[in-house]
Ligand binder design. Structure first.
Ligand code: ADP
Length: 397
């Protein structure tokens, strides 16, 4: 006895019994239906592996039953053997069209029945196996997809949390910087007032030192504040028209004393066709230029620092401004040049280093230039000097 279930459909009881006997002898589990409607009813609950279907039946003939089965998703895979008079060519074509998988002639021959049933069940077995594999695979794919989407959700949650933490950290830093500035402004104001009073030479020197230190501290706090604002994504650039000459004059006037104090020449060159009015965030643009020029003065012991502003020459439309700052200072070793724009990077980070700083200036400059859709870069030779440059679109987008 095997597990195959075969439904035999015939309206003639003798034929039914005959085929039942043959199939039972072959070891199949046999079920019987005496009409088309009876067959369809049974198939739904029985789910047979094969149907032997008589064609000539009253009410609902074999063709109709076959058509019904093949139009049903759950039943269309059950193989059908049509039992009929094989002499009629038309009938065979109709049977194929209705969905028959094979034929048997009436009266049914035992050997023929055996061979045809066996071969169809074999195909069905392959088919079932294939379907099971496919279902397993589909289940596996669904399971993995779910796992993947869970992992993705987890990543998104973590990213959102990290983002929130980042904003919080930025806000905290911005707050701290702001709180530090208030008392510092007090110190600077008082030092300035003190200088207007009657002081001895010594007292005056000390007070000036207080003022200078406070200014340096203020500068550091400002940079930290800017950096944290950029990190938190809350810094916004405000582009507006400004007068290029006044802007440049202001910068030179601010840098000049520092250069003079070190005995370095500070020269400014401008392109003859540089427009008088520029559109940009003047404060941030100035910050970048002051930063580069400030560094140039800081890292140059003798010689000169040159600032040049021009229209970028390799740009056909000439709609980019090029700022260059070159110096005759200590230069930057090649191996340090690549990472020079990273935050907290200094060429000499030893505790005995000659130059003070936090390594934030260039990183800030590069981020600001990036926010302006600009480019920044450098060329430098150790011991000979450096040329830092950046270019920004003349009319920001
Ligand atoms: P810092 O506040 O330390 O000056 P920066 O980001 O402005 O930070 O500069 C980072 C480092 O790059 C400096 O510490 C210095 O080693 C090097 N550097 C920057 N500009 C120059 C320059 N013009 N000449 C030589 N070294 C420079």
């Amino acid at each position: 006895m095997n597990e195959w279930k075969i439904l035999v459909v015939d309206d003639e009881p003798q034929s039914l019994m005959l085929v039942e006997a043959m199939l039972t002898r072959l070891g199949y589990r046999v079920y019987l239906a005496e009409s088309g409607t009876d067959a369809i009813e049974q198939i739904e609950t029985l789910n047979p592996d094969l149907i032997l279907l008589d064609v000539m039946m009253p009410h609902m003939d074999g063709f109709e039953v076959a058509r019904h089965l093949k139009s049903n998703d759950a039943m269309r895979m059950i193989p059908i053997i049509m039992v009929m008079a094989l002499s009629d060519r038309e009938d065979r074509i109709s049977a194929l069209e209705a969905g028959a998988d094979d034929f048997l002639s009436k009266p049914v021959d035992q050997t023929e029945l055996k061979v045809r049933v066996k071969s169809l069940l074999q195909i069905k077995a392959y088919h079932d196996h294939f379907r099971q594999d496919q279902e397993r695979l589909e289940l596996e794919v669904a399971r993995r997809t779910e796992q993947l989407s869970e992992a993705l959700e987890e990543i998104n949650r973590a990213a959102a949390a990290a983002e929130a933490a980042n904003v919080l950290r930025g806000e905290f830093l911005a707050n701290v910087s702001h709180e530090l500035r208030t008392p510092l402004n007090g110190i600077m104001g008082m030092a300035e007032l003190m200088l207007t009073t009657d002081l001895t030479k010594e007292q005056m020197e000390y007070t000036e030192l207080v003022q200078e230190s406070a200014e340096r501290l203020l500068d550091l706090i400002d940079r930290t504040l800017d950096f944290s604002e950029i990190e938190a994504g809350v810094m916004i650039l405000k582009a507006a028209a400004f007068n290029a000459w006044e802007w440049l004059d202001d910068i030179v006037r601010m840098l000049h004393p520092k250069a003079e104090k070190k005995g370095i020449a500070l020269n400014v060159f401008t392109d003859h066709n540089l427009p008088e009015w520029l559109v940009a965030d003047a404060v941030r643009l100035r910050q970048v230029l002051v930063n580069l020029a400030g560094n140039a003065i800081k890292f140059t012991e003798d010689g000169e620092v040159n600032i040049r502003i021009s229209l970028e020459s390799d740009d056909e439309a000439s709609n980019r401004l090029l700022f260059e700052v070159s110096d005759t200072g200590i230069g930057i070793p090649a191996e340090h040049q690549e990472r020079i724009f990273d935050a907290f990077t200094q060429v000499d980070s030893s505790s005995t280093r000659r130059y003070e700083g936090m390594g934030l200036g260039l990183s800030l400059a590069s981020r600001l230039v990036g926010m302006m859709n600009g480019r920044i870069g450098l060329e430098s030779r150790e011991g000979e000097g450096s040329r830092f440059w950046f270019s920004v679109p003349m009319a920001p987008k």
